[in-house]
Design a protein. Structure first.
Length: 575
């Protein structure tokens, strides 16, 4: 089998001299050429440390007889982008990173790739990019940061900030928390989007078993990066491509793991977008169907007790998979060149779990304190649900594992806001009362880039009264750290004239999570039959005028014009 890199050499006579010009030897030119793509950069703790894993992967490739080429496309941080228009660039950055990976891979001609990232958009971006390239590929993720004093983790800062604004803690207390919440590099130490997507990458079969969400400071993670460099050479020799690994069955495995870990709702944007790159249809309804009856096992923040580093201590993805083994396709191929079932058996033989549990013993914890047994779940009906109705004909998503039971069924009074800034001001100034439905609209992909409604969710969930008596409904999205009665991704979005754009003050909104319903059941405080409500909404739609586009140039203009519905993945279609 002729290597792709060697085919390209024959077609482009300038190829060899240009590579010699940057230090390659003549002997290097004949070797398998491996792309090592990372999001390394001084952008945030999830990427600032990735160069060490790049170096380890390069060494592994070299030892296995290959020649590595390092490429970089730095990501941004949702945390640093919060609170200003920077967060509007978050989702589009995923697609732009994927575009650059496609460009890097296809413009040069490689025989395989190692992809290294840690965070919310960079991990799904790498997964989208490597699916487009569809060559022998393996991922290494940059692990998770350590927790701070008293197991302080970053997702608590939003809560403490809201408490400070309400005068419940002092500025000095808040400053202490801010200075100690991120004691090391790595992804934020809770089951947010970064942690979830690291786990999804392994669950899809694209990472070495047990390597997702290791502590970023651990020696083991460096060893995994080194081993990944060697293993991509094996994949290249055998011609095992991404599409041989990432099948519909692999996606179903990932969704079952997502249910077991109470994964971020942003996965409902990322998994369909990744599947789309391979022509596989995975949508939000797939999540809803597979979450029904699924066992939720993981006691990790924000829904649980422990920081995310304890996930690896308890055995990581393999330990979760062992518990839900009866629900998985064990015959799928993985980057080891073996099936998932073979990987799980081998880990037991090699003492993987005993090695992990040595870390847990330091905290006087058992594996089942972090990852429950299948027979003793935290919940037995998954963790996310897709709600539909005349407010969201195409659907909306709620992480019901983080919703107070009081809010599973409710009729609430609409309090619509056309941007998050106005909504959070109303929450913090006590204008929002029990029984209200805070509606934030024009924040979808076509409206403003689909930013997170993080500060508003934190302001609500940190208020003991509001957290159990109101709902937040938006065509935007939520941070993976969010908890409380939050319903997002409402589709069609307001910018497209979806029903959420037509809601007026005092309209009555019915939420029924068990029945998967979200609908307008009354107008101006008066309940009506649904056919009468629909007539009012139709009249409002006839009078509705679209807002002037928020962005008139640049990448956000492009994104607003090309992004598909959040229910389909929010990716840019037909660039």
């Amino acid at each position: 089998m002729e290597l792709n890199s060697q085919k390209v050499r024959k077609l482009a006579p300038e190829n060899d001299p240009l590579k010699i010009g940057m230090g390659w030897t003549v002997a290097d030119l004949d070797k398998p050429q491996i792309l090592v793509e990372s999001t390394f950069g001084d952008s945030h703790p999830g990427s600032a440390h990735l160069d060490q894993f790049v170096a380890e992967a390069v060494t592994g490739i070299t030892e296995a007889g290959g020649k590595a080429a390092r490429y970089f496309v730095t990501d941004i941080c949702d945390g640093i982008a919060q609170g200003h228009d920077g967060i509007n660039y978050s989702l589009v950055s995923r697609d732009m990173i994927a575009n650059m990976i496609e460009i890097h891979g296809n413009s040069t001609g490689f025989d395989g790739g190692v992809f290294i990232a840690s965070c919310d958009k960079s991990v799904p971006a790498c997964l989208m990019g490597l699916c487009r390239l569809n060559m022998p590929s393996i991922m290494i993720t940059g692990g998770v940061m350590d927790a701070g004093p008293n197991l302080l983790t970053l997702e608590q800062i939003g809560m403490y900030s809201a408490m400070c604004q309400r005068g419940e803690i002092t500025e000095e207390q808040l400053l202490y928390y801010k200075h100690h919440a991120c004691p090391s590099c790595g992804a934020c130490s809770f089951m947010g989007t970064a942690s979830t997507m690291q786990i999804m990458a392994e669950a899809l079969g694209l990472m070495l078993p047990g390597s997702a969400l290791m502590p970023a400071t651990s020696v083991e993670l460096k060893e995994m990066a080194h081993e990944a460099g060697k293993q991509v050479m094996e994949l290249a020799k055998k011609g095992i491509k991404v599409s041989d690994i990432v099948t519909k069955e692999a996606f179903e495995n990932a969704i079952m793991v997502h249910a077991a870990i109470s994964g971020s709702t942003n996965s409902l944007l990322h998994i369909p977008a990744i599947a789309h790159e391979l022509g596989i249809e995975i949508d939000s309804d797939t999540f809803d169907r597979m979450h029904r009856g699924a066992h939720y096992l993981l006691d990790i923040r924000p829904a649980g007790r422990w920081p995310a580093q304890f996930f690896y201590y308890a055995g990581g993805v393999p330990a979760v998979m062992e518990e839900i083994k009866s629900k998985l396709h064990l015959d799928v191929m993985t980057v080891t060149g073996k099936t998932l079932g073979e990987n799980l058996t081998e880990l037991k033989i090699k003492g993987f779990y005993e090695k992990c549990e040595q870390h847990l013993a330091k905290w006087n914890l058992k594996r089942t304190d972090v990852i429950r047994r299948f027979e003793q779940p935290i919940g037995d009906n998954g963790t996310v649900a897709i709600l539909k109705g005349n407010l969201a004909p195409e659907g909306s998503v709620v992480k019901h594992s983080a919703v107070p039971k009081e809010m599973f069924q409710a009729v609430l009074k609409a309090r619509p806001f056309d941007c998050e800034e106005d909504a959070i001001a109303a929450v913090l100034s006590h204008q929002i009362r029990p029984g209200d439905a805070v509606i934030i609209r024009y924040e979808g992909p076509k409206g403003s880039g689909m930013p997170e409604m993080f500060y508003t969710t934190e302001a609500i969930s940190s208020d003991a009264e509001l957290g159990k008596s109101i709902a937040l409904i938006t065509d935007g999205r939520f941070s993976g750290a969010s908890k409380g009665p939050a319903i997002g991704h409402v589709s069609p979005e307001a910018a497209e004239g979806g029903p959420i754009a037509l809601i007026e003050e005092g309209d009555l909104i019915r939420i029924d999570i068990p029945a998967r319903i979200i609908e307008v059941v009354g107008i101006k405080g008066i309940e009506m039959p649904l056919d009468e409500v629909d007539k009012v909404l139709a009249a409002r739609k006839a009078a509705w005028q679209p807002k002037e586009p928020k962005y008139k140039s640049g990448v956000l203009k492009l994104f607003s014009e090309k992004a598909v519905s959040p229910m389909k993945g929010g990716y840019m279609n037909e660039l």
